[in-house]
Design a protein around this ligand. Structure first.
Ligand code: SF4
Length: 392
């Protein structure tokens, strides 16, 4: 029999239109932006940064454009950046050059006195948007109807909205990153017999099958757009991993064919991919790991080595420019940036910074206290896990 909780119809908002501050979706940027052709933009950004001094701390995610990342006080993955922000209590303003869920995490981990600013509110994350709270609550109701909710531990990837992290916190679960997903799943399977993994099916599947020794048959995919997730109650009862049907629009593009083509054309090339890639791509790769792992691997690689890298293009281009002694190519035939990461451009950065100089806080990201409390519970469970914690 098919479990059939009510489904929620949530039409996607096109990026840059409409307003939905509760989600990762695109929203309009208020105010007058400087022109992108203004030749003084770099000087204006430098002047604003100088005027603000230690009152501002600028974070730059690895996937950001070069034109913005040059102004970052620290670069890193989302979790490292959130922790860096928390370690700067003297900074009144945290300007987060990244996407919405990252700014939320920074707000959760920083003090109430610190204000987190996202220069363009349309910088969301399509993956985070694929799991919205009403949909996840529907899924949980189906697990209850199937009589298994008490056996299921929800684990969400860092790339999720604060209310999904809070859902996991409230229901005995945790957050994980791409580098500690294995440890997080080990922990989860000590707490319960099954895991509901949100929102990235690929990270969940790759970790369960390649690290935890589960089979593909142990995994089912919950599709939030189908009644009962498209699964029968028996399928839910039989599954060990219930994967949410979400993915990264950038990492989901890489294909096994491209791996084969590059191996045929570049002698000795090593394929290095992020675990957000599809399982069939990960199976063909030489090395799989988080963004930090990818950076460290390229830095440690010998001169003359050749690499095909499956992660966001801004980072791959930057790695190629920084390591001219190595051959570094992108693992896709087409140019594919993360469109939402790219929303943070120099005009938005200058606009946000100059407003701060004037004492006007624009595009502040604030998580409500109840959501923050439970999201922090899930984050703290992750922080209590043994080992290194860094991600995407
Ligand atoms: S690269 Fe993928 S996971 Fe990262 S922000 Fe873009 S869409 Fe989201």
């Amino acid at each position: 029999m098919t479990a059939a909780p009510p489904t929620v119809d949530l039409p996607l908002l096109p990026l840059g239109r409409g307003v939905d501050l509760r989600s990762e979706r695109g929203v309009e940027c208020p105010g007058d932006l400087p022109s992108a052709s203004d030749p003084d933009l770099v000087a204006r950004a430098l002047a604003a940064k100088e005027a603000l001094g230690d009152r501002v701390f600028v974070l730059g995610h690895h996937y950001q454009r070069d034109e913005v990342i040059r102004f970052a006080d620290v670069t890193g993955d989302s979790f490292k950046l959130a922790r860096e922000a928390a370690a700067r209590p003297e900074a009144e303003y945290i300007v987060f050059c990244g996407v919405h869920f990252m700014a939320e995490s920074a707000d959760i981990l920083t003090s109430p006195a610190q204000k987190v600013v996202l220069p363009d509110l349309a910088a969301g994350c399509s993956m985070a948007d694929m799991a919205r709270l009403p949909q996840v609550e529907d899924a949980w109701a189906a697990l209850e109807a199937a009589g298994i909710a008490q056996d299921v531990v929800p684990v969400t990837y860092m790339n999720s909205s604060a209310d999904i992290k809070a859902f996991c916190g409230r229901n005995g679960g945790a957050v994980c990153t791409s580098s500690n997903a294995e440890v997080a799943l080990e922990w989860a399977f000590q707490q319960g017999q099954k895991v509901l993994f949100l929102p990235d099916q690929h990270l969940g599947r790759n970790t369960a099958v390649l690290k935890m020794g589960l089979s593909l048959d142990d995994c089912v995919v919950w599709d939030p757009h189908r009644p009962g997730g498209g699964l029968t109650e028996q399928q839910l009862r039989d599954a060990t991993m219930i994967l949410w049907k979400g993915h990264c629009s950038v990492h989901g593009r890489f294909s096994p064919d491209t791996v084969d083509d590059l191996r045929a054309t570049i002698p000795g090339v090593q394929v290095l991919v992020h675990p957000e890639c599809r399982h069939e791509v990960v199976l063909k790769a030489d090395l799989v790991g988080s963004t930090e792992f990818i950076i460290n691997t390229i830095e440690a690689a010998p001169a003359g080595s050749a690499w095909a890298v499956g992660t966001e293009l801004n980072l791959v281009k930057r790695l190629a420019a920084e390591h001219p002694d190595k051959r570094i190519v992108f693992l896709d035939k087409t140019v594919c940036y993360c469109s939402t990461m790219n929303r943070i451009d120099l005009p938005h950065f200058v606009w946000a910074m100059e407003n701060l100089v004037e004492g006007v806080v624009v595009n502040q990201i604030e998580v409500d206290p109840e959501t923050e409390k439970w999201a922090k519970v899930a984050l703290d469970r992750m922080l209590a896990l043994p080992g290194k914690t860094s991600k995407d």
